[in-house]
Ligand binder design. Structure first.
Ligand SMILES: Nc1ccn([C@@H]2O[C@H](COP(=O)(O)OP(=O)(O)OP(=O)(O)O)[C@@H](O)[C@H]2O)c(=O)n1
Length: 404
């Protein structure tokens, strides 16, 4: 056994010495068997949340109605969940009555896919009643038992299947795929936030295009915000070589393919309940990439976009143009790095300086003038030094005001 399981073994041992069963379960065991990077380890136990809390001095109730307690131990935290029956994976905002059981097998039986229904004990022995290891070897996503039953327990599992296609490059077993086609409509009832979490993992996976094809084939896309009746536009996305794009860039590519105007793009992202900051970043990426389709970056655009957006927008532009060479990203980032200023606060003059020089109270004119100075500094029309800018302004006002 290796990290992060090793550090978590004492947690399992403590539960065992208090008379309970406890195992590693879920994605961490799957990823371990796959040889992939393991994120968090999850532990399932026969102890109820109250019993877990009585054993460990530091705990946090993170989903107690679902039987989950977070245990804090030696700078690490572990999600410990009581063996559960159905209903447990539903929307956290609509808690359902959860019945706890004392049996690992029954807990595993209610999990989504056989690859996720494998447990490992503190000695590293694998408990695999549904042959998840074969599924992992064969790289197949197959529900534990009846797909209809598993999807009726939690329809989000259909999106999880598609996101695992993207993330793990597995394929979906025939019967499971048929159920996806039949039951896709059940996704209507699932909270957008949960759909978004899966969709974003899908957007970032290596096999994202295959996952999009399955969204189309199964009609799952019809039940995702803003994608109803957008089959042709989603197909357009499949024509791009987009593997190099990150999550935000993929959102921007999707917006591009959907051909939405600024206002509708915003509504689309809002319907997906994206945080406002991310919405703005995605819209900026799209805006500059579209601009880039028409012309080169101006120094002022580089300045207003900033390095992260430059990089993302240029990458998206290259994808849209079908160019598979990233030298231009480096070129524009380098140009950005050499700009004389990166933000207004770096200007050698402030609004107060200008008001004092002009003996005039502030107003819209001041904002305009500061923008004009920014342009001039960025274009090397004037050096970013207070005296130089003062002289430049004086020379300007001697000419027509328009020239400044
Ligand atoms: N709708 C769900 C969600 C989760 N699970 C079970 O709970 C485990 C943990 O779920 P989660 O952390 O959401 O996903 P992982 O499978 O761990 O995948 P990852 O951590 O890569 O997101 C899953 O492996 C699966 O056994 C389930 O059966 N049904």
């Amino acid at each position: 056994m290796k990290e992060p399981f090793l550090s978590a073994v004492p947690v399992i041992k403590r539960l065992e010495s208090a008379g309970y069963e406890a195992y590693f379960v879920g994605g961490s065991v799957r990823d371990y068997l796959l040889g992939n990077k393991i994120s968090d380890v999850d532990i399932a136990t026969s102890a109820t949340p109250d019993e877990v809390k009585a054993i460990f001095p530091k705990t946090v109730d993170i989903g107690i109605q679902h039987g989950t307690v977070l245990v804090l131990l030696k700078n690490n935290s572990y999600e410990i969940t009581t063996f559960r029956t159905e209903g447990e994976y539903q929307d956290f905002r609509r808690p359902k009555e959860v019945s706890f059981i004392r049996n690992l097998n029954e807990d595993l039986m209610r999990r989504d896919f056989t690859m996720n229904a494998i447990a490992m004990d503190a000695n590293g022995s694998i408990i695999d009643p549904f042959d998840g290891q074969t599924a992992i070897k064969e790289r197949v996503i197959r529900t534990v038992g009846s797909p209809e039953e598993r999807f009726r327990e939690d329809a989000l599992r259909m999106m999880r299947a598609v996101r695992f296609v993207s993330q793990l490059s597995f394929h979906i077993a025939g019967e499971t795929l048929l159920a996806l086609k039949k039951d896709a409509h059940l996704l209507d009832k699932i909270a957008v936030e949960r759909k978004r979490a899966e969709f974003e993992k899908l957007l970032s996976g290596d096999n994202r295009k295959k996952a999009f094809r399955i969204l189309l084939e199964t009609q799952v896309f019809e039940y995702l915000p803003g994608l109803k009746n957008q089959e042709l536009k989603i197909e357009k996305l499949l024509s791009y070589l987009c593997d190099s794009l990150n999550k935000k860039e993929m959102w921007a590519l999707l917006l591009y393919c959907l051909e939405l105007n600024q206002q509708d793009s915003e509504a689309f992202l809002r319907n997906w309940r994206l945080p406002v900051k991310e919405m703005k970043e995605i819209q900026d990426i799209l805006l500059y990439a579209k601009q880039r389709l028409i012309k080169d970056w101006s120094r002022y655009d580089l300045y207003t976009a900033g390095s992260e957006t430059i990089q993302s927008a240029e990458k998206l532009y290259l994808v849209l143009k079908g160019i598979n060479d990233y030298d231009s990203v480096k070129y524009w980032l380098n140009t950005y790095d050499h700009l004389p200023i990166k933000q207004r606060s770096e200007l050698a003059v402030t609004g107060s300086d200008i008001m004092a020089w002009r003996e005039q109270a502030g107003g819209p004119w001041l904002k305009e003038l500061l923008t004009r100075i920014e342009h001039a500094v960025l274009q090397d029309e004037v050096v970013n030094e207070k005296e130089k800018i003062k002289e430049w302004l004086k020379a300007c006002s001697q000419k027509s005001e328009k020239n400044c």
